[in-house]
Design a binder for this molecule. Structure first.
Ligand code: NAD
Length: 481
């Protein structure tokens, strides 16, 4: 007899326990060969004073089983609570978030009957670093951090996923017309990786028009890969326009651990009323079964679930007049799926996982070392004024023999020398000092410059070193410069 696969299970908050119970009931009845190890996570754990929302033993369980089926949780409002989802994704390097958004026309109402899109969201980087600072009276910042290996792995994952699942096209969304270095790198690496997959069509859209097209005519998209924040937002949009946010499951894939969940949250207002649709978590469970090599069970569950939708057995969120024959609660829906195990849908296309090929989680290529040279520094000052010359004239005298003040900007817009009179200034000023011709810039020279800035009475709130890499600027230019 084959051994059961151990999996870690968390019942979560809000509607979590109800949809998890329904999902496990269906998986068990379908013959899933799994042993569950239950851990406690979420609101209660946060409120007991654990800022991560997870008991210490939870990570041990994940390290042991390497497979996590997770119901949604509620992150308490207020400061100090770190998102458990982000912590889990980052701790275990779950870099790829795969979210299929499919319409089930004519059984679930949608404006997009032919929609079948898979969003591949980068899951570890971008604005989700959560590194934020208040720097002046007026200004706060968040850091958007992206790495070349991170960009490469997610693009490669998207193409490998497309290849393994018979998909024809991979589209990339970025905002690289504005964020030329971060999103620019994502786009550039996407183009590099795309060249290795000549059988798969590739294209890129700026995320604003791309999102508009996705919402308007999703049937023109197949696999769509994007940085973390855009993926977070657009996968909810995609799931909702396919029929309901309650219908989409999600896989978070890393090299050793994988986590499976619904894309929606804990919907606390629907909790405890036997109302919620368990389909998102169930489809997350189906992705889990494929992942652990139980494609036969995954297929049984998925097809019985499609048949249930077809038979007009619907939870409140997808129920519609003329199509719904039986409006049911969470438990009754789960039982309806169980009753149809072994049956195939008659109108919708039956699912076969036999044609999906397993593929290794892609790794990034070894880094090519480039020559890095320190060429200047951006010195950020807090200063209350609407008159750029009041900062610019005295600060330009602080460069000494090593540095020359090239430009001062306020919220990225050049205001010295030569501000446009209409530009509003905050109290956050960026002074760009470049090394003078022929001067070698060192960390010590920057420290001396900062000493002169402090002696002159300025409040330096941060600095950013300016480097070139193989002679190419590793920093953005200044608007209006
Ligand atoms: P939500 O996704 O929980 O709910 C939004 C609305 O969508 C609900 O009011 C409900 O009308 C509908 N809905 C969602 N899931 C449904 C389902 N299965 N069946 C029927 N209807 C469903 O979003 P929210 O209200 O913004 O967030 C609630 C909580 O969930 C917050 O604490 C948030 O932090 C958390 N959250 C958790 C996760 C996660 O654990 N992965 C993800 C997103 C949000």
């Amino acid at each position: 007899m084959t051994q059961n696969t151990p999996i870690t299970v968390a019942h979560g908050d809000g509607i979590g326990p109800e949809i998890m119970e329904a999902t496990l009931h269906i998986l068990k009845e379908a013959g899933a060969r799994i042993d569950t190890e239950v851990i406690e996570i979420g609101e209660k754990v946060y409120l007991r004073g654990n800022a991560t929302g997870m008991e210490p033993g939870a990570f041990d369980s994940l390290r042991r089983t390497k497979v996590f089926l997770k119901a949604p949780i509620t992150t308490p409002q207020g400061g100090g609570y770190k998102s458990l989802n982000v912590t889990t994704r980052k701790t275990f390097g779950l870099f790829a978030n795969v979210r299929p958004c499919v319409s089930y026309h004519p059984f679930v109402e949608t404006k997009h009957p032919k929609m079948d899109v898979v969003i591949v969201r980068e899951n570890e980087e971008d604005l989700y670093a959560g590194i934020e600072h208040r720097q002046t009276q007026q200004v706060v910042q968040t850091l958007k951090l992206m790495s070349r290996p991170g960009c490469e792995r997610i693009s490669r994952y998207a193409f490998e996923y497309a290849k393994a699942n018979g998909r024809k096209k991979v589209t990339c969304f970025t905002k690289d017309n504005i964020m030329k270095m971060t999103d620019g790198m994502f786009h550039e690496v996407f183009e590099e990786v795309a060249k290795e997959y000549s059988d798969i069509v590739n294209e890129h859209w700026i995320v604003d028009i791309g999102a508009a097209k996705l919402a308007d005519s999703p049937e023109n998209f197949d696999v769509v890969v994007m940085p973390n924040l855009y993926g977070d937002i657009l996968s909810d949009v995609a799931a909702q326009i396919a029929g309901s946010v309650g219908l989409a499951g999600s896989a978070n894939i890393g090299e050793t651990v994988a986590m499976f969940e619904a894309i929606h949250g804990s919907a606390p207002r629907r909790a405890g009323q036997n109302l919620a649709n368990p389909s998102g978590l169930l489809l997350g469970g189906v992705m889990m079964l494929v992942h652990i090599g139980q494609a036969d069970v995954a297929e049984r569950v998925h097809n019985a679930w499609l048949r249930t939708l077809e038979d007009g057995v619907h939870t409140y969120d997808v129920a519609s007049e003329g199509v719904t024959k039986q409006k049911v609660g969470t438990k009754e829906f789960a039982q309806a799926v169980v009753d149809r195990l072994g049956k195939l849908p008659e109108t919708l296309k039956p699912i076969s996982y036999a044609t999906s090929k397993a593929f290794d989680v892609p790794k990034a290529s070894p880094m090519v070392h480039q020559k890095k040279v320190l060429v200047g520094v951006d010195v950020f000052l807090e200063w209350q004024s609407q008159v750029p010359e009041e900062v610019g004239d005295p600060v330009s005298k602080l460069g000494g023999d090593d540095f020359e003040l090239k430009v001062i900007s306020n919220r990225g817009q050049r205001i010295y020398p030569g501000a446009a009179p209409e530009t509003t200034c905050t109290d956050h000023w960026r002074c760009r000092f470049m090394g003078r011709q022929g001067m070698t810039i060192t960390g010590k020279k920057i420290a001396e410059l900062l000493g002169r800035v402090a002696d002159a009475g300025y409040d330096c709130i941060k600095t950013e070193n300016l480097y070139t890499f193989d002679g190419k600027d590793g920093f953005s230019g200044v608007h209006g410069a």
